[in-house]
Design a protein around this ligand. Structure first.
Ligand code: BTN
Length: 266
């Protein structure tokens, strides 16, 4: 019970209107919280529903990668959103999710995670959290599943990833996961409200301040090409604008690329 992820522990800490107040599905073991929540969305689960577990047997990452999610070592959580946004704006929820988890890490650990475009949170140059945003068509309209994997204990990732991954307990006393969850849901609701109200400009300044990609030299790896340039900005659709050495600006979509710093992962 000491570090339980049960809603019984985090619901009383919530200061949200919707997130965490609808259907909360919490089990010890699930295939993938994103997969389970997608099914719940198809069956009509409302905005703000949450799915989380101690351990995933088929945790999924971006670009069809597996996501290691061993028992009790992290926060493996997905949130169902039915936001008042146009379909073109939906990918921007990735940024809200990253900003919200960075806020939760600051609140609970006092350390500053930075956002690596499009969807990683990094601490000391290593990945502490990944985000997988998925859409699903439901009778009620498009639902967004925002899945987040946060490494809390250093057993969260395989040893071969040790030079690229980090867990919170490597930098601070491991926080109670219930506190992280409540803080994350509160920050996510606020960020989504800002996006609904003002569009991208509503979150742009905050995002820019927390980004470790903007202003840096990046190496973009796509399936059929790769190039290097300076990450200059993010546009209204969430695409990264990279200035090439010849002065041209290239628009990079998150869907099928890896972005690395020229010196390594960040
Ligand atoms: C990535 O960095 O590639 C994204 C990783 C996302 C992992 C989380 S863990 C909770 C949710 N369920 C999943 O199967 N994936 C996401």
């Amino acid at each position: 019970m000491q570090d339980s992820i049960s809603p019984v522990l985090w619901q009383p800490l919530l200061a949200t209107k919707h997130l965490g107040r609808a259907v909360n599905h919490c089990e010890h073991t699930l295939s993938s919280t994103n997969t389970v929540l997608k099914d719940m969305a198809r069956q009509g689960a409302p905005h703000g529903s949450v799915c989380l577990c101690e351990c995933q047997t088929s945790g999924r990452g971006r670009l069809d990668r597996q996501w290691s999610s061993p028992d009790g070592q992290g926060v493996w959580i997905s949130v169902l959103l039915r936001p008042r946004l146009s379909p073109e704006q939906l990918p921007l929820i990735t940024f809200c999710t990253a900003m919200a988890m960075a806020q939760a890490i600051r609140d609970c650990c006092g350390v500053d995670a930075r956002i690596k475009w499009p969807n990683d949170l990094v601490l000391q140059g290593r990945k502490v959290c990944g985000i997988l945003l998925e859409m699903v068509i439901t009778p009620e309209g498009i639902a967004v599943i925002a899945g987040t994997g946060l490494n809390v204990h250093h057993g969260a990732y395989p040893p071969e990833l040790a030079d690229r991954a980090i867990a919170l307990d490597e930098l601070c006393t491991p926080p109670q996961r219930a506190k992280i969850i409540a803080s994350y849901l509160c920050a996510l609701e606020k960020a989504i409200e800002a996006l609904e109200q003002d569009g991208f400009p509503g979150i742009e300044t905050d995002y820019r301040l927390q980004s470790c990609t903007l202003g840096s030299q990046v190496h973009v790896l796509a399936t059929d090409s790769s190039f290097t340039g300076i990450a200059e900005a993010i546009d209204e659709s969430g695409a990264l604008l990279v200035r090439m050495q010849d002065g041209q600006l290239r628009r990079v979509l998150a869907g099928d690329v890896s972005v690395r710093g020229v010196m390594g992962y960040v």
